[in-house]
Design a binder for this molecule. Sequence first.
Ligand code: GRF
Length: 203
Amino acid sequence: RRIVVLISGSGSNLQAIIDACKAPDYPGEVVAVISNKADAYGLTRADNAQIANQVISHKDFVSRESYDQALIEQIDVYQPDLVILAGFMRILTPEFVQHFSGKLLNIHPSLLPKYQGLNTHQRAIDAGDSEHGVSVHFVTEELDGGPVILQAKVPIFAEDDAEILASRIHQQEHRIYPLVVKWFCSDRLMMQDEKAVLDGKTL
Ligand code: GRF
């Protein structure tokens, strides 16, 4: 299966998926990486793995609609079976989400439906939570609101700051995102009626 990954930054999740794809029996390959930021380190990761990559800067477009339209057109050039948001820090238009409906995944650093939006680690600490986590979900028009596929939990310790907690979360991200991508690429996972279905069972 052909995978396109959208990033804005470090791309450690991109790296985890690139690494997973190296396994001979892995059913997917990353065919392109697109960033909205020119200085995203994930572009270097794509270069190192000899994967096509490019920058489409939102600053070159007058509106969110025109940016997303350009993004759709460029992604379609690669004819992906799956489009993955991996730290892509943009809100997507309904047109974009509909265009890739059922084949668009995101990873969000919280135990959804808790802490949609930004600064999730600090918010979990400030709330006095004893655990935090990460969710992989299908993307629907509701921001961070699509059906959850898989979550991983981590403890929050009294001395944690947001940075330490983020790194603990990242380790789980790098484990669960390639796994979910593998399920999708093996036709085990799909979205039906805005619900995630794995092996024929609604999650
Ligand atoms: C991750 O924490 C992910 O959950 C969030 O953005 C971050 C991306 O990290 N959506 P990286 O660029 O993959 O290292």
